[in-house]
Write a protein that binds this ligand. Structure first.
Ligand code: PMP
Ligand code: GLN
Length: 379
């Protein structure tokens, strides 16, 4: 078959989860919590189904849920958005990213992405007949070299895709970074796509620098978030996009033919739970910071070197003291011989640097962390 995506195989997340099952490894690879969503949220979704909320929801999302998203945005980022015209509920952030790129990017356009980049971005860009222009983040801090971005912008640049907190590194953008970005896109037609799925997982008292805090950027950005990350329910596949009305209208043209609407019972449950329990997302930084710190303490005695984790739920570790081989090879060895599944960084790169880093997910129960740490400390 004449494939449209010759470079794409099965995602590394599926590959590593499969290997984890085959080798009975502790799975710190694919990013998902191994603990349950809040009890009240599970009861709310069960109730929604029992009460017959089982047919199509409004295409753009339940009004009550969009209103809660708007309230949260105002509370967190000080920006009042219009729930009717600027919020669209999607089937996870994955759908929102697809719809955003498909709505904005044309054949022949260029989209700037930062490597390591989440694996869904480039295939979606390629499906539009457009080109991803890769800019490597600096190692080991995974910061943006804004001069490289300035140099990479051409008349064909249609979009810049940012991700903070960043998967896989956990790096976060600062307010100064957003100012740099704003200066670059000023007086251009460039749309910013801001993947903020880990918006509520920022540590050590730092504020998440959403583009929604930044008036100039907010006016030309599509911001994507995920209920799966915030509420420990990656399997429910619910997310949303926030964008100014004109951009939202374009976004919705794609969304209505991609999925039309999303899982109705989950929307009912989130509308209810967000209204009753805002402390869930307000307390999420502390919740995950405790997990981060516990995991770091457990593997501190190992031969892995720990990189800093300002946000997100992944720990990067340097394994060079254990084996000197590329990360994909190391992850195969680790899952088979070490009994722990990790994620290599190479699949997140166009041209991977010669580093010795892998990603471990710490969105895990104490028992899982303990089991993994025991194995990792033996290597
Ligand atoms: N973007 C990033 C950076 C992610 O880490 C993920 C989830 N792993 C997604 C998007 C997709 O989120 P969802 O599961 O809501 O589709
Ligand atoms: N986003 C998750 C991660 O980075 C996985 C999502 C997926 O499996 N597609 O691990």
């Amino acid at each position: 078959i004449d494939t449209k995506l010759p470079k794409v195989g099965t995602t590394i997340f599926s590959v590593m989860s499969q290997l984890a099952v085959e080798h009975q490894a502790v799975n710190l690879g694919q990013g998902f919590p191994d603990f349950e969503p809040p009890q009240a949220l599970r009861e709310a979704i069960a109730r929604a189904m029992a009460e017959g909320r089982n047919q199509y929801a409004p295409g753009i999302g339940l009004p009550t849920l969009r209103e809660q998203i708007a309230l949260k945005t105002e509370r967190m980022y000080g920006r009042r958005i219009d729930a009717a015209g600027e919020v669209t509920v999607t089937s996870g952030a994955t759908e929102a990213l697809f719809a955003a790129i498909a709505a904005v990017v044309r054949a022949g356009d260029e989209v700037i992405v930062f490597d390591p980049a989440y694996d869904s971005y480039e295939p979606v860009i390629e499906l539009q007949g457009a080109k991803a222009v890769h800019i490597p983040l600096t190692v080991p801090s995974f910061g943006v070299d804004w001069q490289r971005v300035r140099d990479a912008v051409t008349p064909r640049t249609r979009m810049i895709l940012i991700n903070s907190p960043h998967n896989p590194s956990g790096a976060v953008l600062s307010a100064a970074d957003l100012d740099q970005l704003a200066a670059i896109v000023r007086d251009t037609e460039i749309v910013v796509l801001s993947d903020e799925v880990y918006e509520h997982i920022v540590f050590d008292g730092a504020l998440h620098q959403s583009v929604l805090r930044h008036a100039e950027l907010a006016a030309r950005s599509i911001v994507v978030s995920s209920f799966g990350k915030t509420y420990h329910c990656t399997g429910w596949k619910l997310g949303y996009a926030v964008a100014p009305a004109a951009l939202s209208a374009e976004f919705r043209k794609v969304h209505q033919y991609l999925t039309f609407c999303t899982f109705h019972p989950a929307q009912v449950a989130f509308a209810e739970f967000m209204a009753s329990t805002p402390e869930h997302y307000l307390e999420l930084p502390a919740f995950y910071q405790a997990k981060r710190d516990r995991f770091r303490a457990l593997i501190a005695p190992s031969r892995f070197k720990l990189l800093d984790v300002p946000g997100g739920y992944f720990q990067l570790v340097d394994y060079s003291a254990i084996r000197d081989e590329p990360d994909v090879t190391f992850c195969e060895w680790l899952v088979k011989q070490g009994g722990v599944a990790a994620i290599p960084l190479a699949p997140f790169y166009e041209t991977a640097p010669d580093t010795r880093l892998v990603r471990l997910c710490f969105a895990k129960s104490d028992a899982t962390m303990d089991a993994a740490a025991e194995r990792l400390c033996k290597l």
